[in-house]
Design a protein around this ligand. Structure first.
Ligand SMILES: [Zn+2]
Length: 85
């Protein structure tokens, strides 16, 4: 039995919603969201929450620039202490 995305119930859609968001799929383009105002509102709420969560718990990702500075600082340190030959 296959479920037509357009005729699925809000409950069915909401069961898939977390997975849709989790996989990075564009949940807003889901046929059910297109035809259901309630789920559209729910989705925008969730996206607001997800956005806020990203700001509260940012992914720890050093900037490339930062790594370059650390790397060059380490190299300078090595060059200073190691005898040149
Ligand atoms: Zn709905």
């Amino acid at each position: 039995m296959t479920t037509d995305p357009k005729s699925m119930s809000c409950e069915e859609f909401q069961e898939q919603l977390a997975e849709l968001i989790g996989t990075g799929a564009d949940a807003a383009s889901h046929p059910h969201v297109q035809s259901c105002e309630r789920c559209r509102a729910l989705l925008s709420d969730l996206q607001t929450i997800a956005e806020a969560a990203r700001q509260l718990f940012p992914v720890q990702q050093p900037e490339d620039d930062l790594w370059e500075r650390i790397e060059s600082a380490i190299k300078e340190e090595e060059e200073d202490s190691a005898p040149h030959d």
